[in-house]
Design a protein around this ligand. Structure first.
Ligand code: AMP
Ligand code: MG
Length: 423
């Protein structure tokens, strides 16, 4: 279970800035402690629990980076070609501990261990071979085309620090070091609900005032992509009693509960009050658009543990944006992962935009190449928070910082691709 501070102070200021929100999350939410040992295959998306120290050098031995001829640099003529007899032949995986005879060259292939005494490798494309003699040109630097033991990873180095979220390349690195298993934090258990009397399960009967539930599917896919174990708890009515009891039940057995809908200031927005009844709120309004009403809270369970709670707005685009900007940092914190290092890429805005100061805004855009070849961002024509196609027909989000109020066409702006946001 999540370990959460039981201090029930709730942020009560007007709107919480995203930076302050991340700080609050780090203060109030502690990572889960349980770990498990997993094989490399399938370790992707898992979070490294303890620093992984390199048990060997990588590469493990000096070796050739090319197919060619290994020589001793001191044997070469500084002012012209050098002809050398070829004294040995080393393919990758062939004998180690071969010695280069002074004044000779060794035929060598990529990945073969460097013979003792050799320090430089000529590429086969750069030499001429006649019988058993190779003639190498002048000018190659000492150490060229040689890969030194430990130049990638030195034995004893912290190579995968605790909190690393494993991707394919991390798993490959662990394998290159000869590891077969990694100790990771256990997966997070996340329960999801939709809320709203109008929200109907796809495939069931929908009357004139109903909408099919899309948020639960969005959340379930996003959480799954981030490696969580998702429990889909269905749709809750706008009924404070039912909301409280179902949320309290869900707190047992889950690290996090995520709901959508019912958190704004409308009269039928019971979620926030339900959480206040059975737990405590940490904040409920964030300076972000789309999405402003986002509640973060803590719900204690009978087992003595607590679950974190996030109530997202109901509009699907707001769900998406608040998921990537609020739920994802929270998930990373809970899972013991280091904070995301998302760097918006600079692109040119193809449109003018006005925004309120002091809140961060996200605009759905498509990228295209302008006439001068520069990448520019085009705003989706529909910017309502309920327009799902504005997410399916675009490439990502522009992020407009708090202090900005006006964006002119041609301005340099920051772009975050959906792939970067969700990965
Ligand atoms: P709310 O935040 O509950 O006021 O909902 C805002 C808007 O989002 C309303 O138009 C809801 O009908 C819509 N909405 C809420 N939940 C869902 C859902 N699960 N799937 C699709 N639309 C939803
Ligand atoms: Mg609602």
């Amino acid at each position: 279970m999540a370990q959460l501070s039981d201090d029930c102070f709730a942020f009560s200021g007007p709107l919480l800035r995203l930076d302050d929100m991340e700080r609050l999350i780090n203060e109030r939410i502690l990572p889960i402690a349980e770990t498990e040992r997993v094989p490399l295959h399938g370790a992707r998306e898992r979070v490294v629990a303890h620093d992984i120290i390199a048990p060997i050098n990588l590469p493990p031995f000096d070796n050739s980076a090319v197919d060619g001829y290994a020589v001793r640099h001191a044997d070469l003529h500084g002012d012209g070609e050098t002809a050398l007899p070829v004294s040995d032949r080393l393919t990758a995986g062939a004998r180690a501990n071969v010695s280069l005879k002074s004044g000779t060259a060794v035929r060598i292939f990529t990945g073969a261990a460097m013979p003792k005494g050799a320090d430089t490798v000529f590429m086969q494309e750069d030499v001429t071979v006649e019988g058993n003699r190779v003639t190498v040109p002048k000018g190659l630097k000492l150490g060229a085309n040689r890969r030194l033991a430990g130049e990638d990873v030195a034995i004893g180095a912290t190579v995968l620090p605790s909190g690393t979220v494993l991707e394919a390349q991390h798993v490959a690195l662990a394998a290159a070091l000869g590891l077969t298993e990694i100790v990771v934090r256990r997966r997070l258990r996340v329960a999801i609900f939709s809320t709203g009397d109008e929200v109907v399960e796809p495939g069931s009967i929908r009357d004139g005032a109903g909408v099919y539930d899309s948020n639960r599917f969005l959340l379930s896919e996003l959480l799954d992509q981030l490696g969580a174990i998702v429990t889909d708890l269905g749709i809750l009515p706008d009924d404070p009693e039912k909301l409280s009891s179902r949320l309290a039940d869900a707190a047992a057995g889950h690290d996090l509960i995520v709901t959508s809908g019912g958190v704004s200031t409308g009269e039928a927005d019971y979620v926030r009050h339900a959480v206040e009844r059975i737990g405590s709120l940490v904040f409920w309004r964030v300076a972000i658009k789309p999405g402003r009403p986002v509640a973060l809270g803590v719900i204690p369970a009978a087992s003595g543990h607590s679950a974190a709670f996030v109530g997202l707005p109901g509009n699907p685009v707001a769900v998406f944006v608040t998921f990537v900007r609020v739920v994802k940092p929270l998930l990373r914190r809970l899972s013991g992962a280091r904070p995301d290092r998302l760097v918006p890429l600079p692109v040119r805005s193809a449109f003018a935009y006005r925004k309120k100061k002091d809140r961060r805004e996200y605009v759905r855009v498509t990228l295209r190449r302008g006439v001068d070849g520069e990448v520019e961002a085009v705003k989706h024509p529909q910017d309502g928070a309920g327009i799902l196609t504005s997410l399916t027909e675009t490439d990502g989000l522009l992020e407009f910082p708090e202090d900005v109020t006006t964006i002119e066409p041609g301005a340099r702006v920051g772009f975050l691709s959906y792939a970067a946001l969700i990965g």
